[in-house]
Design a protein around this ligand. Structure first.
Ligand SMILES: C[S@@+](CC[C@H](N)C(=O)[O-])C[C@H]1O[C@@H](n2cnc3c(N)ncnc32)[C@H](O)[C@@H]1O
Length: 204
């Protein structure tokens, strides 16, 4: 099954709060985005945002230029339905991040649990090309992946697990690591998943 079919099936058969990566309140993503110090008018893209309620929280916090990109149209439709009329304040992109040409610059690229699905080096390379094209110098690349002691799979798909150091090496010389830490995600079925969180800054 190709990845688009996989993710469309996930979001067509499960409610947003039933998936393992569901979080009621995106506390760590919000903390990392606040750490960037961007103004409320600067652009943020949530890559592979799915049905996450990060977009709701960003709008509630006053961010005015928010884009959500996902491979799954069903995921974005679920998010749009939840937001109701507010959905019109957001830019929506159904796209595969590994063949994505950013339509505008972003000051923050946020990815929670997307990059770790890229098990092919060529896909990771194309993802990072898109991130470099999207982020001007000083822009922030925020990534959350499963940690080295996290699960080897997510949503039934193999993942690559990272430490802050291995993620720094993967992201490459175009970015400087600004902060990193580990954290536990508790799934809706009370499982524990160990994550690595990193914030990188695009170098000149
Ligand atoms: C584990 S979920 C995480 C969703 C969201 N970031 C969150 O924290 O709730 C992974 C998401 O990445 C999306 N995705 C997977 N591969 C992708 C790709 N190549 N391009 C864009 N989105 C992708 C999936 O559709 C799914 O919504």
């Amino acid at each position: 099954m190709d990845r688009k079919t996989h993710w469309e099936q996930v979001y067509s058969t499960r409610k947003p709060h039933e998936v393992g990566w569901y979080q009621a309140y995106p506390e760590i993503p919000l903390h990392l985005i606040a750490s960037t110090g961007i103004t409320k008018n600067e652009a943020i893209i949530d890559v592979g945002g799915g049905a996450s309620n990060l977009v709701d929280a960003l709008l509630e916090n006053g961010y005015r230029d928010v884009t959500v990109l996902d491979l799954s149209a069903a995921a974005l439709e679920a998010t749009q339905a939840r937001l109701g009329a507010t959905a019109s304040q957001v830019k929506w992109l159904v796209a595969d991040v590994t063949c994505f040409t950013p339509p505008q610059p972003y000051q923050v690229w946020h990815d929670r649990a997307v990059f770790h699905f890229l098990t092919d080096a060529s896909d990771r390379q194309r993802y990072l090309e898109a991130a470099r094209a999207a982020l001007p110098p000083g822009g922030h690349l925020i990534m959350a992946t499963f940690a080295l002691d996290g699960p080897p799979q997510c949503s039934g798909l193999d993942v690559v697990r990272y430490s802050p150091e291995s993620l720094r090496q993967e992201v490459g010389d175009g970015f400087a690591l600004a902060e990193s830490f580990g954290g536990l995600h508790i799934t809706p079925s009370q499982g524990k998943q160990s994550y690595t969180f990193c914030r990188f800054i695009r170098k000149k």
